[in-house]
Design a binder for this molecule. Structure first.
Ligand SMILES: Cc1cc2nc3c(=O)[nH]c(=O)nc-3n(C[C@H](O)[C@H](O)[C@H](O)COP(=O)(O)O)c2cc1C
Length: 193
């Protein structure tokens, strides 16, 4: 049986990462439940292009309106493997940290925490306020993994596509649904200082 994973996309910079994560999850044989915030749709259009939202939706097995708090994924009874929020805005991070469950994305994230399933947050902001840092601490204490989408400079990426694909592969590997796909550091290649 394929792993069923929620892909939550919020309105932070790095919208292309959502598409890379979706492709990486599908390459692992996962089935996607997609939920996009209103600002995610805006950042996808702004940063990737007018077809990005449609391309992302086409990769999902199910697409849920962010307002639909009665969707199956809002319940702990839904047989899910876990969830990735990519990118994760500081607003969505704060809502998850405080357990607000104020839309389907944050509710589904809360469900992963209460059911003790993996929740990976690609939290994106710079620089960070104390509120951001405290919210990251709070979600980590509850069991989430905060993975800021930082390039693996040690692999000497040549393109932004290589950077985002590597970050997405690392995020998907954290769910442990398939053998790791991210490129590993190899000291014999001598590409790092
Ligand atoms: C182009 C653009 C880029 C943004 N980048 C970020 C970001 O990197 N991090 C962040 O926390 N908010 C960012 N924001 C602001 C969020 O979209 C805003 O706080 C919004 O309320 C987030 O709502 P959501 O979490 O429901 O998507 C950005 C907004 C725009 C328009």
């Amino acid at each position: 049986m394929s792993a069923r994973v929620v892909l939550g996309v919020s309105g932070a910079s790095g919208a292309a990462l959502a598409l890379d994560c979706a492709r990486a999850l599908i390459a692992c044989g996962a089935e996607l439940d997609l939920v996009l915030s209103a600002m995610a749709e805006r950042t996808l259009a702004l940063e990737v292009g007018p077809d990005a939202v449609g391309a992302l939706r086409a990769l999902a097995a199910r697409v849920h309106p962010v307002t639909d708090l009665g969707a199956a994924i809002a319940s702990g009874s839904c047989p899910l493997h876990g969830m990735i929020v990519v990118p994760c805005s500081m607003r969505s991070l704060a809502a998850i940290a405080q357990g607000l469950d104020d839309n389907l994305l944050t509710r589904a994230a809360s469900v992963q925490l209460k059911e003790r399933r993996p929740l990976v947050l690609l939290a994106r902001e710079a620089p960070l306020t104390l509120a951001h840092l405290r919210n990251m601490t709070a979600v980590t204490e509850m069991g989430a993994i905060v993975m800021p989408p930082v390039p693996a400079f040690y692999l000497r990426p040549a393109t932004t596509a290589q950077i985002t694909a590597q970050i997405a592969a690392r995020a998907v590997d954290l769910l442990r649904i398939a053998t790791p796909r991210a490129r590993a550091w190899d000291p014999t290649e001598g590409t790092a200082p």
